[in-house]
Design a protein. Structure first.
Length: 276
């Protein structure tokens, strides 16, 4: 019995550590967070990360596949071996680093609050355009305090399992009602209908949406938030044992940053340069 258990453990360890040398490296994305990743009109995956995925696999000389998977449970499914890489606007945070490994970051954008244009909060402004949670100066602290005061008693929404929801629970749970949503689309619909007063997500999500009919009545308010709880930017999630794969992907990401590819893709999809 002991020999059988040992053999099983060895086999599992081997399977989890050979993604880089496997015939196919399996990527997974949510497919519901435009313009990072979403489904096109024909049902195909499209977006910033889909274009970048193809580029990185070519650079790393890897044969890759991309599959769609629900956001909820995306990290446990990686560790269970259902795929080898998460590419889904996944921020590199201390909390996630306890569970999985990451490539280096390839993009970073602040998180912002959004309301309807007819909201009483539509005219809300602060002195700081961005609040860095890593080290707040006096102006940033004053702006943060103003946000908390203005949002008192409001209903604020964010997608489940995101750093945006973590932020709301950490800093605003005592002053506002926090609502979580299975998808960003469901949050947007509730914001449009007035069932939630404020929505919170990455600027890279909101910026392109403002130019579309679905987001034409939305307006960004207050400062952007970055660093600290928001982590070190967005990276590729891998199993901790897959260091060889992470190294190969890092080389490809560095190359794509150096030659301007990631910058061009960010401008194409976000309307601004989010590369690092």
């Amino acid at each position: 019995m002991i020999k059988i258990i040992a053999t099983t453990v060895l086999l599992a360890t081997t399977l989890l550590s050979t993604a880089a040398s496997a015939d196919v490296v399996r990527f997974a994305t949510e497919g519901a967070y435009p313009p990072w990743n979403s489904l096109g009109s024909s049902g195909e995956l499209v977006g910033f990360e889909i274009d970048l995925y193809k580029d990185l696999c070519d650079r790393a000389k890897l044969e890759c596949t991309m599959q769609q998977t629900p956001w909820e449970g995306i990290i446990p499914s990686l560790n269970a071996g259902k795929y080898d890489v998460i590419m889904a606007a996944l921020s590199i945070t201390e909390k996630r680093l306890k569970k999985i490994g990451f490539s280096r970051s390839y993009a970073a954008t602040p998180a912002i609050f959004v309301v309807n244009k007819d909201s009483a909060l539509a005219s809300f402004k602060v002195s700081s355009t961005n609040v860095s949670l890593a080290e707040l100066d006096s102006a940033e602290q004053a702006s943060f305090d103003a946000v908390i005061a203005a949002f008192k008693g409001k209903k604020i929404g964010a997608q489940q399992g995101t750093i945006h929801l973590d932020f709301l629970k950490e800093y605003l749970k005592d002053d506002a009602t926090i609502k979580s949503y299975p998808s960003q689309e469901e949050l947007d619909l509730d914001l449009q209908a007035g069932r939630v007063d404020i929505a919170f997500a990455a600027m890279s999500y909101w910026h392109p949406l403002f130019a579309k009919k679905a987001g034409s009545n939305f307006l960004a308010i207050g400062p952007g938030f970055s660093e600290g709880l928001f982590g070190e930017g967005v990276g590729l999630g891998v199993r901790k044992a897959d260091t060889e794969l992470a190294d190969k992907l890092n080389v490809a990401i560095n190359s794509a940053i150096d030659d301007g590819t990631i910058s061009k893709l960010a401008i194409k999809w976000f309307g601004f340069d989010s590369s690092l």
